[in-house]
Design a protein around this ligand. Structure first.
Ligand code: ADP
Ligand code: ZN
Length: 627
């Protein structure tokens, strides 16, 4: 369906509704006119219980003497009858009766039965008034219709101001954007930044590019997880190029009614092409750009139309005309392939989570306007925060500043920064447990993790052990990763499993099998995951270097013997976990003395940081153990 059809259907529908309502109302006015008698109207409206009766039944009532009074209207065509009968509960009630045209002897009969009756004449009304009142409502509807046509004209052309505003693009527009963001405010995503710097230079001096025949992309798609700086980039180019900037979220094109999203897209591009050179930024473009026909229950006509319109618009304007569409999404996999074709979003820029240096850069950007104390080490903070996005890091420093204000400090110290980091990583801290047997068990569990981890050669150092509950955990042990690890060795994976098992193993060794708790369930899940991936994805078991599962943990079909393969996978996973449990048990048993000592300290202090922990460990010299 094209937009004209839709428009016709809409108008058609409107017409039908108007005619229907018009008929109903003029009918209604007719009734009032015919009956126009105030007393009847009040009678009908005041006596809400007033019911109707057939003429035949009325005659029966008459014969039985149940009728008390009759009022005649409209030249004796209608009557209001006051009657009381056993079936009416012997209470007088008004009943309306339509009188057939031929029933001329009615008045005769009423006289015969000696019924009190009255005939009400039709009030004289001027012919003009009658005609006017009959014409008034239809006229109003015709006027409404004309109004609608004019609007729908706007609706299709999107020109001028439309009273309905439906087809207007909700995009926010800045003629000379001062977003306050420059490229200096963005760190850690250098590739995307340099790409955009090029686009800015095109917008500023297009001749330089067109002279040598270079084509600047029409569409740039920023792909990456939330909070990595995609919006920030778009704002920065608008600011640096100081060209008009339109920004809108994809979801603002998703509408109930077919054609409205498409009309908004049309409107947006129309405005943009009148203001070249300019940038159109569409955030969450997946809301409109989702693969067509992929929704639940087939397709979604409205969304598909909107997407088609977007495709058409992007095809419609020529390269080097100065409209650059920047889309942002974290779900490039669900985008319709047509969007990614040459001439549309032909340039894709991945904006990933920042690495260690990237995080350091971002922290520096956000630390600029904050009074950080000498003791705060941004390098250490960057080390501690793998997996953090730019937004998380900004939030971390902001939280620290809030904490500093709370503690009435003039500068932000290491304390506040660490507390903010703990909060963001582990959740809000709860109050420490009462001194119970459980608390002791948790202390052993955590120290179990910490000791095992710090004694293994291939494991990160302890950052903190605490008995203060956070999030869902009753206690926590943090390790500080030295580097972002993109490649992880087999022995490092084993070390992770052994350390993660350390908590449960400590419970078991110290308190005995009957006392172990459910608290380790998370640990066990992690252990199983790592071990399973070692077998099925990394080829790190005796099955050999075969990928047995894909990224979605779906088994890859290996021709007929999948059951046998499943058994072998399970076997290998068990072998790995059993081996790791043995290593963990040995470490716990060999270090029982120092474990007891550290647990005692931990129960007392509730939190031990990495340095405290190291000092305690150093009192005993044990060579590292290889996994
Ligand atoms: P996205 O659009 O990718 O979801 P935003 O650009 O809205 O993320 O980022 C949200 C906030 O996080 C920004 O306002 C900024 O404070 C911070 N931020 C994110 N990425 C970066 C970065 N690379 N450099 C500096 N700050 C960043
Ligand atoms: Zn644990």
């Amino acid at each position: 369906m094209d937009r004209n059809t839709i428009q016709k259907i809409l108008i058609g529908l409107f017409l039908v509704v108007c005619i229907f309502i018009g008929l109903r109302v003029s009918n209604f006015t007719g009734v009032i006119d015919n009956n126009s008698n105030t007393s009847l109207k009040t009678e009908i409206s005041t006596n809400s219980s007033s019911s109707k009766m057939t003429y035949g039944r009325f005659l029966e009532y008459l014969e039985l003497g149940w009728v008390k009074q009759v009022d005649l209207y409209d030249n004796s065509r209608n009557a209001m009858v006051l009657a009381s009968s056993p079936e009416l509960g012997n209470r007088p009630q008004s009943i309306r009766v339509e009188i057939p045209v031929g029933a001329s002897q009615l008045i005769q009969k009423l006289k015969e039965y000696n019924i009190d009756f009255d005939a009400h004449p039709i009030p004289r009304k001027s012919l003009f008034l009658t005609i006017a009142s009959n014409l008034l409502l239809p006229l109003i509807f015709i006027a409404g219709l004309i109004f609608f046509f004019q609007n729908s004209d706007n609706f299709s052309q999107n020109s001028g101001s439309s009273a309905m505003n439906l087809g207007k693009s909700p995009a926010r527009f800045d003629q000379r954007p001062d977003t306050g963001i420059s490229f200096d405010d963005i760190a850690g995503i250098d590739e995307a930044k340099s790409e955009f710097e090029e686009i800015v230079s095109f917008l500023k001096e297009p001749e330089r590019y067109t002279l040598v025949g270079a084509k600047i992309p029409k569409g740039v798609l920023l792909v990456g997880p939330p909070g990595t700086g995609k919006t920030l980039l778009a704002k920065a180019i608008a600011n640096e190029a100081s060209v008009p900037f339109y920004s809108v979220a994809g979801s603002e094109f998703v509408e109930m009614f077919i054609g409205i999203g498409a009309a908004r897209i049309r409107d947006l591009f129309k405005k943009a092409s009148e203001n070249t050179p300019c940038i159109v930024f569409i955030d969450e473009i997946d809301a409109v750009g989702r693969e067509r026909g992929a929704g639940i229950g087939g397709g979604n006509d409205e969304r598909e139309q909107t997407l088609n319109q977007l495709l058409t618009e992007m095809d419609g304007f020529k390269e080097n005309k100065g409209v650059i569409v920047v889309g942002a999404t974290n779900r490039v996999d669900i985008l319709d392939a047509a969007l990614l074709r040459p001439g549309r979003f032909d340039r894709q820029i991945t904006v990933g989570l920042p690495d260690r240096l990237g995080r350091l850069g971002i922290l520096k950007v956000h630390a600029r306007n904050k009074p950080l104390d000498q003791d705060v080490s941004l390098v250490q903070l960057a080390n501690r925060t793998p997996g953090f996005s730019g937004a998380d890091l900004a939030n971390l420093l902001n939280e620290s500043a809030i904490l500093a204000t709370r503690y009435k400090k003039n500068t932000i110290t290491k304390n506040e920064v660490n507390e903010a980091a703990d909060r963001i990583i582990g959740g809000i801290a709860g109050s420490p447990m009462e001194d119970t047997k459980n608390k002791k068990l948790i202390a052993y569990h955590e120290v179990g993790h910490a000791i095992v981890g710090s004694l293994l050669e291939n494991h990160d150092n302890v950052e903190k052990v605490t008995l203060i509950p956070r999030g869902g955990a009753k206690g926590l042990t943090w390790f500080a990763p030295e580097e972002d690890q993109t490649l992880v060795s087999r022995s490092e994976l084993l070390a992770r499993i052994i350390t993660t098992l350390g908590g449960r193993v400590a419970e078991k060794v110290i308190f005995g099998d009957p006392e172990i708790t459910t608290g380790a369930s998370n640990d066990l899940q992690q252990v199983t995951n790592i071990a399973r991936q070692m077998v099925t994805r990394y080829g790190m078991s005796s099955i050999g270097p075969i990928a047995l599962e894909d990224n979605n943990n779906e088994q890859i079909f290996l021709g007929g013997e999948n059951d046998a393969i499943s058994d072998r996978i399970d076997n290998e996973v068990c072998k790995i976990v059993n081996y790791c449990e043995q290593v963990a048990t040995k470490i716990i048993l060999d270090n029982r003395v120092i474990i007891d000592l550290i647990v005692e300290k931990l129960l007392d202090a509730e939190t031990l940081n990495g340095d405290d922990f190291c000092d305690l460990m150093k009192q005993y010299t044990i060579p590292p153990i290889k996994a």
